[in-house]
Structures are given as structure tokens and as C-alpha cells.
Design a protein around this ligand. Sequence first.
Ligand SMILES: Cc1ncc(COP(=O)(O)O)c(C=O)c1O
Length: 375
Amino acid sequence: MPEQEKPARIYVTRPELPRLADFVPYLQEIWDSKILTNSGPFHERFEQKLCEYLGVKHIALFANATIGLVTALQALRITGEVITTPYSFVATAHSLLWNGIKPVFVDIDPVSLNLDPKQIEAAITPQTTAIMPVHCYGHPCDVDAIRTIADTYGLKVIYDAAHAFGVRCHCGSVLTHGDLSVLSFHATKVFTTFEGGAIVCPDEKIKQRINYLKNFGFADEVTVVAPGINGKMSEFGAALGLLQLEGVDRAFAKRRAIDERYRAGLAVVPGIKCLQPAGELLGNYAYFPVLVQPDYPLTRDALYQKFRDHDIFVRRYFYPLISDFPMYRGMPSAAHGNLPVARKVAQQVLCLPIYPDLAHGEVDRIVDLLRRGGI
Ligand SMILES: Cc1ncc(COP(=O)(O)O)c(C=O)c1O
């Protein structure tokens, strides 16, 4: 008897790529032009098409979102203290440290899991210059409340929008909120350019400044106007991005179908709580986080391990909290009692696999495992 075939490993995500044959003509164009980087033709076309697709006025492409965040802070000359969330990927707070800025952690809202606007004011000091919220899992922050606080106290707002590609809220693209928004096109994101990112800018002037900063500070061949960095996206990334735009709506529709299947299947599983949308009119279904409640038969970590035993690589986004890493944990705002909601959620969260080509049969297998209490 042949050994029964083992199901393939399932990861929390997998990039959606176009057919290689469709990418080859783009590569040919790069080979023919010999222009590999430095705002080449693909870079320019991609920036323009991306603005049209996302419904925003100006975009500066980047090599990745981390350099984008670092540069956004430089562009607005942010200093002192910045209020941010502990419940995110480390790059959010790291971008502050790279600028010599002190992150001040504020707790999250228990429903949206985004920075809780009700707690921001109490964390403002004379050193505070900005707020850096994250649209976690692509769920919009309470952008109106954050804007009101920022306007009242004269603070800038830089959104870490790494998860929020294509998300729309009550007034159009969620990316138009704040002074700047930073996207990630990393391979694990809903839209990828291999590595990549972008800053969404409200006007030409700030985009120009950002363009200087991402190109070593060069304003022209002989003039350097800032201690800039190399944050440029190459022609290869831009070409893939251009091609990816053609399939992105189809990919969102497939993600949405998976999201709906999980929700239907998990509605009757005691102890597994699905996150609800946070006011988005159009979501991107980038992640499918669930919270493992105390009445579930297994702890979150035991369930995480059970999935691994079945070759299903779920992830604990976001655990540990950023504020628990060594470079942050000594800060007063990282103190245990200061972040009770984030602390609790970080102990409960599990992100289930979601990507366009995830077979519905696999979704059912994951739901079934959760129903049986991980057995
Ligand atoms: C919330 C958040 N911010 C920033 C980043 C950093 O993005 P990148 O890998 O493009 O630098 C990521 C993920 O990678 C992220 O999830």
C-alpha cells in the first residue's frame, strides 16, 4: 500500500504572484533599457498607477516600509517623544529609535486593537511632537478622534499603514488620513513588490522633500540638502508592482471568500472569537486573527503548537508586545500595568492562514481542528 500522502505545509500567508511568462516582457524592457533603479520608467509609471488605484494624490515609492517610516519622521522633523502602540510589528517603534525619538506606548482599544484615542491625551508631555498609530490588520484607526487630538495639541500624525493597502473608510482611502501614511509591499503583505513600501503624501512639496531624503539628500547633481538615506525602489520591484495591480482586486475577492468561510465555520466554536471589522467600507482581508478565550479547551500556545503538529504554521501576531523587547521594556510607558488590553490580547491572538490561493478545503480543515479543540 503506498503511504498516504501528507497534506502540504500551510503557512499563515503566501504571496500572490503573476504568471512568470507575464513578467518576462517587463524584465526584457529593463534589460533593453539598462535602467535598473534611480526613478526609472517603471518607477514613474508605477507611482502614477498606484495613486490612481489607491485614490490618493501623491506617492513616494520606497525600498521597504521601515525605511519609509524612518524617512517620514525625518521629513516632518519629528523629535522628542512620539505616542505609539505596543501592539504592532517591531519596525513601528524601531523607526522612532533610529531617529533618536522616544516611543511612548499607549494601550489599544479592546475591539479594534488599534491605539485607543481615549488614552492618548494622558500620555502627552511637552516633548510630544507626533502620534504614530497603526491600522492593525488593515482595520482603520479612529482617524477622526486622532485628528482632533493632534489638532488640539499641535501634533503630527504618521500612520503606519503597512497592513492597509487598498482599505477604504468613510471618506475614501484610509491612506489620506494623517500627515503621512506608510505602506509595506513586503512579500507577506496583500500586495507585494518583493520588498517595497511607499509614503502617501498630501502634496507635491512634502513628496519632493521625501524624494530628496530617499536619495541621499540629493536635490541635483551637486547639491545635497539633507543627510538622506538610500530608500529607493528598484525597477524590478516597480515592474512587479505595476503587473500586480492588474490582479489585486481578484486577490481581494478570493481573500474575502476565505474570510467569510472562516467566520461562518467559527461562529459556533466556543472560546474562539473572531475580530470584527473596524469601520472599513472596503477591507483587504490581509489577516484572519482570532482570540483564544479562557473557555477554549486549549491555551493559545498549546493550540499554536497543535497547529504546528499538523504542519499548519499559524502566527502569534503580535506577541510579544513591542514594549516587552529589551530596547523598550525599561521605559516607563512599557510598564506592566500601563498596557493591560494589549497585554491580554497578545496572550490570546492567533492569526490563521489566509491568502488568495488557500483552498477552501484547507480552510475547512483548520476550522474543523478548532472545533475539535485542537485534537
Ligand atoms: C505594522 C508594520 N509596520 C512596518 C512593517 C515593516 O515593513 P517592511 O518589511 O516593508 O519594512 C511591517 C511588516 O513588515 C508591519 O507589519
